[in-house]
Design a protein around this ligand. Structure first.
Ligand code: F3S
Length: 63
């Protein structure tokens, strides 16, 4: 599974980091989310999907 944050859409709401704190991090400068790796580690697929579903800006894409 792969995960990406669309920086144009992200508004820094932070719900992704609550859903998947091991996958999503906040940039210091603006609080927007980023992932350290677009490859979701085994066993964290549900968290990645939950984060995508929780984002009110639909900024997270999983495939
Ligand atoms: Fe951004 Fe959505 Fe997370 S707006 S900080 S990707 S919940």
């Amino acid at each position: 599974m792969h995960v990406k944050v669309d920086d144009e859409r992200c508004q820094g709401h932070g719900l992704c980091r609550i859903s998947a704190p091991d996958l999503f991090f906040a940039r210091e400068e603006d609080g927007n989310a980023y992932v350290k790796s677009e490859t979701v580690p085994p066993g964290q697929e549900d968290e990645a999907q939950l984060a995508a579903d929780s984002c009110p800006e639909l900024a997270i894409e999983v495939d």
